[in-house]
Design a protein around this ligand. Structure first.
Ligand code: NCD
Length: 313
């Protein structure tokens, strides 16, 4: 039986969520977009709640928007300063979780370089946990904000063809988007060099292309991914120049997609590596700044729903 409402304690990933649960988050996010555009942005649905940001990896958009989302809903928000060098894997993570637990945090937003670490932490605490990105596994709030951006522009998700292009291998953004878009009935294509695709990518329920012009043909949405040099051990691409020539998105390659195809990128961008700088700034084609706006609204909706599900709410 499919669930009607999002009744989970944590938001650890998109995998396993049902369409009505995703829809509920997106519908509520739409309401917050309107509110955030108005004069009075402050709400009180999280008054008395404590949100803690625990980021073991660098972040601009995700951490800031979790903070802003919590504050706009009236929560007390704390940003823990975690330096990557002090991370001692397993034991330290659990110790940290126990410490935060003792302080009665209500929602913990966690980013960690190891896939599965956020889930492990969620099993040790009483509070709700949101995955802000774990290794190359999942980044659920990014996929939700991407879906919101697409749905507001195109009016739907089902039936659209979305090309996810570039460093899929290292991308938690790609994985969460594949799960979400497949669940909501979109067609997903992966366009990447063989070295930047996970083994047996087809098993993810996608079509795989190694040529941008073929992969982009008749697409509604072109989602570019950052080349994640920091996760690469060894050589995955011959040179930046060559990568841009074959896999960088420019106007000429974009012309293969539908005339109204929208261009997305989760940020941070490597201009001139995976995307042409002028195209990234072209508001007629690129919705990259809109994605950032949607990020705040989606995180407000997630907080709201998880707070509702907290014991004693
Ligand atoms: C992404 C991430 O950290 O996974 N950024 C983000 O959250 N907007 C993508 C990336 O780092 O390339």
């Amino acid at each position: 039986m499919t669930k009607e409402y999002f009744s989970h304690k944590h938001l650890l990933g998109i995998q396993g969520l049902h369409p009505p649960e995703i829809q509920e988050i997106l519908d509520l996010s739409d309401r917050y977009v309107e509110q955030n555009r108005g004069g009075d942005k402050k709400q009180s649905s999280l008054r008395g709640r404590t949100v803690i940001n625990l980021f073991y990896e660098s972040s601009t958009r995700t951490r800031t928007s979790f903070e802003l989302a919590g504050k706009r809903l009236g929560a007390d928000v704390i940003n823990m300063q975690v330096s990557a060098s002090s991370v001692n894997k397993g034991e330290t993570l659990i110790d940290t979780a126990m410490t935060l637990n003792a302080m009665h945090a209500d929602i913990l937003c966690v980013r960690h370089p190891d896939s599965g670490a956020v889930k492990l932490l969620s099993q040790k605490v009483n509070c709700a946990v949101i995955n802000g990105g774990d290794g190359s596994h999942e980044h659920p709030t990014q996929a939700l904000l991407d879906a919101l951006t697409i749905r507001r522009r195109k009016g739907r998700l089902g039936g659209l063809t979305v090309a996810i292009c570039g460093d899929v291998l290292h991308s938690r953004v790609a994985r969460s988007n594949i799960y979400l878009l497949n669940t909501m009935g979109a067609r997903v294509r992966l366009v990447a060099p063989r070295t930047l695709l996970p083994a047996q990518a087809q098993r993810l329920g996608v079509e795989v292309f190694h040529d941008m012009r073929e992969g982009l043909a008749d697409c509604d949405v072109v989602m570019m991914l950052r080349v994640q040099n920091e996760r690469m051990k060894g050589s995955f691409i011959p040179s930046i120049r060559e990568y841009f020539r074959f896999f960088g998105l420019d106007y000429e390659k974009l012309a293969c997609a539908k005339p109204d195809a929208m261009v997305m990128h989760p940020g941070p961008m490597n201009r001139g590596v995976e995307i042409d700088s002028d195209l990234a700034d072209d508001v007629e084609r690129s919705v990259i700044r809109e994605q950032v706006e949607m990020g705040v609204a989606v995180r407000m909706a997630c907080f709201d729903i998880l707070a509702r599900n907290l014991a004693g709410a």
